[in-house]
Write a protein that binds this ligand. Structure first.
Ligand SMILES: [Cu+2]
Length: 164
């Protein structure tokens, strides 16, 4: 009989279904573990190919997310375009991520455009640059900063401010 089915056939067909669910979990494992596992299965099945694509996507997503960890300025003292009383001012630049203060630079641009490198104070948090500046006359200044973030990227910028 053409439509005859064995009692066990249905069960047999459903056996492979839970397997991909288990295999997909391996994409969360470390890359080396994954390679070891997939290397044992010959020949390369569609499922293994799919796993590779998913793993590649996962790794790409992780690295893309990590690249956003470079330092972006969140808040400054003095504020950008702010007016502060002299002659002594406190400088604090706060970033969105941890920075390497030993490889970060802060320079004051004087009203006559000459540069004064500033020595950094011990930072109040791992994400801040602190400095103290003495003896500023009234005028327009700029803080020029360059920082190295924990992800190895350098960012830089300028903060203009006025001393009254
Ligand atoms: Cu970065």
């Amino acid at each position: 009989m053409g439509t005859h089915t064995h009692a066990g056939e249905k069960t047999y067909r459903y056996v492979p279904v839970p397997v991909p669910v288990v295999r997909l979990k391996t994409t969360l494992k470390h890359n080396d573990e994954f390679k070891k596992e997939s290397g044992n299965r010959q020949p390369t099945s569609k499922l293994v190919m799919m796993k590779r694509v998913i793993t590649t996507l996962a790794v790409w997503l992780l690295s893309t997310t990590a690249s956003f960890a470079h330092a972006v300025l969140v808040e400054t003292k003095p504020a950008a375009n702010g007016l502060v009383p002299g002659p002594d001012i406190n400088v604090e630049l706060r970033f969105n991520s941890r920075i390497d203060s030993t490889r970060s630079r802060l320079t004051l641009v004087l009203p006559d455009q000459t540069l004064r490198p500033l020595s950094l104070q011990p930072p109040s948090t791992p994400a801040t640059l602190d400095a103290h500046i003495n003896g500023l006359g009234a005028g327009a200044y700029k803080l020029r900063w360059q920082v190295l973030a924990a992800d190895g990227h350098i960012t830089r910028g300028e903060i203009p401010f006025q001393v009254k």
